[in-house]
Design a protein around this ligand. Structure first.
Ligand code: UDP
Length: 431
């Protein structure tokens, strides 16, 4: 059996007055048409990283809207997740070879996971990222239409990795990417939609924390707020360039000696590489009491992340490759200016400098952080503009709207049987 992720109930009407009203109206209109459709989201981890973040908010909201939605996690052992992390890296362009035994391990797990799906339970199955991508080819379509949601930058994949994955994708009916540039060469799915991810402004990570409470939370874990603070929040992953962040920070500290750096990182179930990166960061920062390293494993979770994003003078996201980078929208939503790598979906969130400064190197990063620290009024203005940009484009109702549009277009192509109608709950009061 695949593990079903338990989720609370959410009310779509709670976004009234926060997200743009026209988006809310359109979501309700489409949801009415799609009521009773049954949908499964499948991915590799229930925590750590952007995909779990999206599903944790999106799945209960879809249920509230009458789309009968489950979220399940595929199973895999250490060897499987080591291979899939290499596959993930190679699809983002890293070198990497896949032996026959690697491929056999990937296929064996895909078969086991595919066998756990029953025939006819869902109208749509949405598979996130490469880890579960082979399921419909290996186990059959189970009476559902399949959508592959690729969250990573696959514009220049390592050819060997791409040739391995590509044949599995021909069993899909549609695909979703964050940017059109991410669609890899000779892509076998003709129905492609472009959706950018979004944040949930009402989740514990993003809701407005009273400043006194936020200060208390950070002081309690040892951050001294009498000193300036810059923070990067990311999985411990080389693509997020943590060593580049440390190098840039050290350069800024030559000019702002009291500056603190917090590196807040999560270790995910499907990311065994995270431990190596974590150790590398620890070694590079040992004995420096102005650098704080925190992880989800020592209890630094959503509320702490919220407080870091709200109270840092500048949030850094120095990614080299990035699918989207939810952390950028999360920081901007709190009105905090961001210095971020010009990579993947980040410039979408900070067009023409909205919200902060885009950078291409350690030097540029150091300069941009220093500039914002020295010009707090400009930093504040950028943060406020960034917040409004996020409100219009990157809050979860807009993501639901894109998703419902895709389901609707697939239903227009071929109607679904009305089997799930009886299961759909009543949506909460209209916003
Ligand atoms: N995150 C977290 N704790 C951490 C590090 C990251 O809660 O210590 C969250 C972060 O707030 C964001 C998500 O993990 O919601 C990361 O998503 P993003 O799209 O930025 O990157 P991904 O991990 O998907 O590459």
């Amino acid at each position: 059996m695949l593990d079903l992720v338990d989720l609370g109930k959410r009310s779509f009407s709670a976004f009234r007055g926060i997200a743009p009203q026209e988006q809310l109206d359109e979501v309700l209109h489409l949801a009415q048409r799609l009521r009773g459709v049954r949908c499964l989201h499948l991915n590799a981890t229930p925590y750590g990283g952007g995909v779990s973040e999206l599903l944790r908010s999106g799945v209960p909201l879809l249920n509230d809207l009458g789309i009968v939605t489950d979220w399940k996690i595929i199973r895999g052992d250490q060897a499987f997740f080591q291979i899939t992390k290499r596959l993930h890296n190679a699809l983002q362009g890293a070198p990497g070879e896949f032996s026959e035994s690697d491929k056999a391990t990937y296929l064996a797990h895909s078969r086991l996971n595919a066998n756990s799906l029953s025939e006819g339970d869902y109208d749509f199955i949405v598979v996130h990222d490469p880890q579960p991508a082979a399921l419909p080819m290996i186990g059959g379509r189970k009476g559902a239409r399949w959508v592959w949601r690729c969250h990573i930058d696959t514009s220049r994949p390592n050819p060997e990795a791409w040739e391995f994955l590509r044949p599995f994708l021909s069993s899909y009916d549609a695909a979703i990417f964050t940017l059109p540039e991410f669609i890899p060469p000779r892509f076998p799915i003709s129905h492609v939609a472009i959706h950018s991810p979004a944040i949930d402004p009402l989740s514990p990570k993003n809701l407005p924390l009273p400043e006194e409470l936020a200060r208390h939370i950070l002081e309690w874990i040892g951050v001294r707020l009498s000193r300036p603070l810059v923070t990067q929040i990311s999985r411990f992953d080389p693509w997020k360039d943590p060593m580049g962040v440390i190098a840039a920070y050290r350069r800024v500290r030559e000019r702002v000696p009291e500056l603190q750096l917090a590196m807040v990182g999560s270790l995910a179930l499907d990311d065994p590489e995270g431990w190596d990166v974590y150790r590398e960061i620890r070694d590079a920062t040992a004995n420096d009491n102005l650098i704080h390293i925190f992880t989800n494993l020592v209890g630094v979770g959503n509320i702490e992340v919220n407080a870091f994003q709200a109270l840092s003078n500048v949030v850094i996201q120095k990614s080299i490759r990035e699918g989207f980078g939810l952390v950028v929208s999360e920081a901007l939503w709190k009105g905090t200016p961001v210095v971020a790598g010009r990579a993947g979906g980040i410039p979408l969130q900070m067009p023409e400098g909205t919200g902060g400064i885009l950078v291409d190197s350690v030097d540029e990063c150091a300069e941009a952080v220093l500039h914002l620290l020295k010009h707090p009024r400009e930093a504040h203005r950028l943060g406020e503009q960034g917040r409004e940009h996020v409100r219009r484009h990157f809050l979860v109702p807009r993501l639901l709207l894109d998703f419902l549009h895709l389901l609707d277009s697939l239903v227009q192509e071929k109607p679904v049987e009305p089997r799930g109608l009886a299961l759909a709950s009543q949506p909460s009061a209209s916003p």
